[in-house]
Design a protein around this ligand. Structure first.
Ligand code: NDP
Length: 333
């Protein structure tokens, strides 16, 4: 990539998405973060990918969420993000919170999956190389691994912080009892967990009663992934499956079978409610996640700058009437 003519918008923080403290820490996260799971790989539109990062940053979106396996082929999202950073943001690294993860299968053989020290530390080294970074801001254990002792996984995460290769530790997709135990181990090692990441949206809210109270008790932040249920909670699938949408892609993680007539009937009704509120379906879905202080940030995915703009506008109205909340609860169940 050649040098960019882009320079960040000088008023990006005056007209920004706004920030919330991550749990009881001193780190602020933008209310909307950008995730690079889909649409930033080698198979995707790299020009649009670059524009999306620029547009996000120009609107105060300072947090970019990655993982070792993001992109098709796996790893390409980190490589492309590294190129975009070098070309556009060389002098803005300290304005960004960049996260990555390891825990899902990444390379063949016994050391490329799970929660072992061997896998997590070598994966972090690979991620730093791909992104051309000295450190990441947050390193996550991407999922709970029942075959590795928690002491080993947490020890590896803690050492990354002590070695300055990660500033903070995050956990993702841990059962409540394992998360509780992991938080205790990390605290004892002097490297407390900063943030917990899990799926949270109108159709998926089972962590509300389990994890939210636990996180509050420990002062740990929460960041929601797939707040739009991978695009189902938008208008895009109401009239069929559009070409190039995630459900249409052979390498996308959204299965056509998830878009059933029952689901679409619920989205139709939610969409009518969104219209009465003066919002799009996507905007109402994001506003709903951010209605509670239990959620510090939502990580959106996007395939275009227009989607990011639409989603940022969700912040204009994040309050709901009791009737709306009740009906959303009924439809989401
Ligand atoms: P979303 O639920 O926000 O889904 C994003 C998709 O929704 C986009 O790719 C796009 O689909 C569609 N979309 C977004 N905005 C609009 C809009 N305004 N109008 C119409 N369609 C829209 O999130 P993701 O599932 O992508 O997850 C977000 C991030 O969360 C990931 O990138 C990753 O960083 C993180 N994550 C973490 C996981 C973990 O295990 N810890 C698991 C999953 C995600 P289309 O591409 O079809 O246009």
């Amino acid at each position: 990539m050649s040098q960019s003519s882009y320079s960040p918008h000088p008023e990006r923080y005056q007209h920004s998405v706004g920030y919330r403290f991550c749990g009881k820490s001193g780190l602020k996260l933008p209310q909307i973060s950008l995730g690079l799971w889909h649409n930033f790989g080698d198979v995707d539109n790299t020009a649009e990918a670059e524009k999306m990062i620029q547009f996000a940053f120009d609107n105060g979106i300072t947090h970019f969420d990655l993982a070792n396996n993001y992109g098709t082929p796996a790893g390409s999202a980190e490589t492309n993000f590294g190129k975009i950073l070098k070309k556009n943001f060389a002098s803005h690294r300290d304005e960004m919170v960049i996260s990555t993860k390891a825990g899902h299968e990444m390379w063949p053989g016994p050391y490329g999956d799970g929660g072992s020290r061997k896998y997590l530390i070598s994966s972090l080294h690979q991620s730093l190389k791909r992104m051309n970074l000295d450190y990441v801001d947050i390193f996550y254990s991407h999922r709970y691994d029942p075959n590795t002792p928690l002491e080993e996984t947490m020890g590896a995460l803690s050492d990354m912080v002590k070695q300055g290769k990660a500033l903070y530790i995050g956990l993702s997709k841990y059962p409540e009892d394992k998360a509780r135990e992991a938080f205790r181990i990390l605290r004892e090692k002097g490297t407390p967990c900063l943030i917990y990441q899990d799926r949270y949206n109108i159709f998926s809210r089972n962590i509300e009663n389990s994890h939210f109270p636990l996180l509050k008790e420990h002062g740990i932040g929460f960041i929601a992934f797939s707040p739009l249920a991978q695009g189902i909670l938008t208008e895009k699938y109401l009239h069929g499956i559009p070409e190039h949408s995630r459900a249409a892609l052979s390498y996308g993680f959204l299965q056509k079978s998830q878009i059933t007539p029952e689901v679409l009937a619920k989205v139709e009704e939610l969409n009518r409610m969104a219209q009465r509120r003066g919002q799009t379906m996507a905007q109402m879905a994001l506003a709903w996640c951010l209605r509670t202080p239990d959620v510090n940030s939502v990580i959106i995915g996007a395939s275009s700058v227009n989607q990011i703009q639409e989603n940022i506008d969700a912040l204009k109205n994040i309050s709901f009437t009791d009737d709306e909340l009740w009906r959303i609860g009924e439809l989401g169940a």
